[in-house]
Write a protein that binds this ligand. Structure first.
Ligand SMILES: [Zn+2]
Length: 236
């Protein structure tokens, strides 16, 4: 009889522990305790550095405009957004001897401090030698950024913003060399007449930002960072 009681106590105890663990996990899901995603948006260039230019269009301004639209889209969906710059200034407008290097270092520092689920750098391209070159191209550097870049490129390929399928490419950009998943998006070519017209159109830039925000959301959900998975396993 005593033996039976001990076994029963063990079984009931184990069941209670299991229920408690699943209750905690259920509560965490229900209360949405899982912290929101953090995305850093880096509007390329700024200050004296206009990036590429054509007529009166400057890349730095376009980058900032598109970045702000993406920020608004992501924030409305509960994402925490950190901008590396939110005005026309560079991050190193001072008396520093090597402004470009100081500017890039500060962008890096912002990404490292934010510990984002994803960092996305917005740029515009130009290739005047061959004006027919056009389109939106996504780049990654490290392995952690690759699935995000591929996902975003695939999504953009399926929209009417793209006239042909492109693949995400490995790129040697300093901004991508962070400890966090990072991608860089070249949003078109100012040297191409069609892209030039699009990038001077507010509605186009808003539509582009909406599609980029859609693809960022989907990529965050489908390419769950390993630290989030680990967190769930520890809870379970
Ligand atoms: Zn650029």
């Amino acid at each position: 009889m005593r033996k039976f009681q001990i076994i029963l106590t063990i079984i009931v105890g184990a069941a209670c522990l299991a229920i408690e663990a699943s209750l905690v996990a259920g509560l965490v899901y229900a209360l949405n305790i899982d912290p929101p995603y953090v995305v850093v948006i880096d509007a390329g260039h700024g200050g004296r550095d206009n990036g590429v230019s054509s007529d009166f269009l400057h890349e730095a301004d376009i980058n900032l405009e598109i970045s702000r639209y993406i920020r608004d889209e992501l924030q409305s969906r509960g994402i925490i957004v950190v901008m590396t710059r939110d005005d026309e200034h560079s991050l190193a407008d001072g008396d520093e001897p090597n402004k470009k290097r100081a500017d890039m270092k500060r962008r890096h520092d912002i990404i490292e401090r934010a510990k984002p689920d994803l960092a996305i750098s917005i740029h515009v391209n130009s290739f005047p030698r061959i004006p027919s070159v056009h389109g939106i191209q996504t780049f990654f550097h490290g392995e952690s950024g690759q699935p995000f870049a591929e996902f975003i490129q695939k999504h953009i390929n399926q929209t009417d913003l793209c006239d042909k399928d492109r693949i995400a490419m490995k790129g040697d950009y300093f901004i991508l060399e962070t400890a966090y998943p990072s991608v860089l998006i070249e949003c078109g070519f100012l040297s191409n007449p069609s892209d030039h017209a699009k990038l001077s159109n507010i509605e186009y830039k808003q539509t582009l930002a909406k599609h980029l925000a859609d693809s960022i959301m989907e990529s965050l959900k489908s390419t769950t960072p390993i630290q989030r998975l680990t967190k769930w396993y520890n809870l379970g």
